[in-house]
Design a protein around this ligand. Structure first.
Ligand code: KG4
Ligand code: ZN
Length: 362
């Protein structure tokens, strides 16, 4: 079989990424330039700054991905780029760059949905490791922008079965961390501190969903945290943590612990516990409705240690797949993996294809 190499570009949010993926499963290179230090001081992604940073990073990142993979443009079978969903100014940078490369080299262009990329991060690793994901699968895509449940069938067919009615789970992590002075992104910090608190200390109520019982909601938990904070005098501890953030790029667990009383650690542990409960209860119920043969969890929040442990501890009657952390958060290898079946189907994109901020997968 002829080796098929795809150059993939991802720029939908705050990472500029490029990768070369062979035959949909071998990552020859994967380069990710993160903008965390740019956005960290604002407590979230600032779209105008993101576009500017992408513009600065795109050429060197793509060049490095090709160099590390020892690949020239003429060795490529396709150039893939994320077309949506995401920040339109950010998407435009990667997509336009991919279009120009494709135009100049004559290598065909493939447009990939970012969420499909997250799902393929898992499919890629499972195939590579010789334990391919059995279909139908239920995919829980859970990140800063998305919390969705999809049925995944043969031939890359997807059906949306549930979604968040308000915040995405990662967004809830980020907002709670910001409120308490833990900086951005909040998920990784809360994840590292949660084991030091009691997950049953603070009770969170779970929203009963009118309509689709498989939809998620996180805004109630966020409000509960806000009320908890307002009912106490936490100004001094929050100010101390904000000062630490300004001084240190990525504080250590010990540095955070020194500035965080037990009550606050209990709150973090309980909040994380509640988010995990919401995610896994609805995902497991949803998997039953489609007789799923596997559960895929992907997206930035899939890095969460507590989520991984609880998913394993549930003893579900089908395998649960998580990507390795580097493939859970935004990267371009997942875009290259998702582009591979499109290349086989010759599903190429025209040069007038537009970036779509709200592109749906199904
Ligand atoms: O997939 P991703 O890199 O970007 C989006 O497509 O949104 O996900 C980023 C999100 C952020 O909200 C971040 O706080 C969250 O994933 N995240 C985590 C963890 N690592 C990243 N949330 C919980 N626990 C983690 N370990
Ligand atoms: Zn993502």
């Amino acid at each position: 079989m002829k080796e098929v190499r795809i150059l993939a570009i991802e720029s939908s949010c705050d990472e500029t990424a490029a990768a070369v993926v062979e035959n949909g499963q071998t990552i020859l290179s994967s380069v990710v330039a993160s903008q965390i230090t740019t956005h960290g001081k604002y407590g979230g992604v600032v779209p105008e700054l993101a576009s500017r940073e992408h513009l600065r990073a795109i050429s060197p990142v793509v060049r490095e991905a090709l160099q590390r993979a020892n690949t020239r443009l003429e060795d490529l079978s396709a150039i893939a780029a994320t077309v949506g969903p995401g920040l339109v100014g950010s998407l435009l940078v990667g997509l336009t760059y991919a279009k120009s490369l494709s135009f100049a080299s004559g290598v065909p262009l493939i447009a990939v949905n970012h969420i499909e990329g997250h799902i393929h991060a898992v499919i890629l690793e499972a195939r590579r490791d010789g334990t391919p994901v059995e279909l139908p699968a239920l995919a829980l895509v859970v990140s800063g922008g998305h919390t969705h449940l999809f049925e995944v069938r043969e031939g890359c067919r997807y059906r949306l079965l549930g979604r968040t009615r308000d915040d995405a789970a990662g967004e809830a992590f980020d907002k709670v961390a910001k409120l308490l002075g833990f900086g951005y992104p909040g998920g990784p910090v809360i994840d590292r501190l949660a084991p030091y608190g009691d997950p049953r200390a603070v009770k969170f109520t779970f929203a009963k969903m009118k309509g689709n019982a498989l939809d998620f909601s996180f805004s109630g938990m966020k409000t509960a945290v806000l009320r908890w904070v307002e009912s106490r005098d936490l100004d001094a501890e929050i100010a101390a943590r904000r000062a630490l953030q300004r001084e240190s790029r990525s504080p250590s667990v010990e540095q955070w612990l020194a500035l965080t009383p037990k009550d606050t650690l209990d709150l973090l542990a309980s909040f994380q516990h509640a988010v995990i409960h919401e995610l896994l209860t609805r995902a497991a119920a949803c998997a039953d409705t489609i007789d799923a043969r596997s559960l895929i969890v992907s997206g930035g929040v899939a890095c969460n240690t507590g989520l991984r442990e609880r998913a394993r501890a549930l003893g579900l009657p089908y395998p649960v797949y998580f990507p390795t952390p580097g493939l859970s958060t935004d990267n371009a290898a997942m875009i290259g993996a998702a582009a591979f079946p499109k290349l086989e189907r010759k599903e190429f994109a025209a040069f007038d294809i537009a970036a779509q901020a709200n592109l749906a997968l199904a």
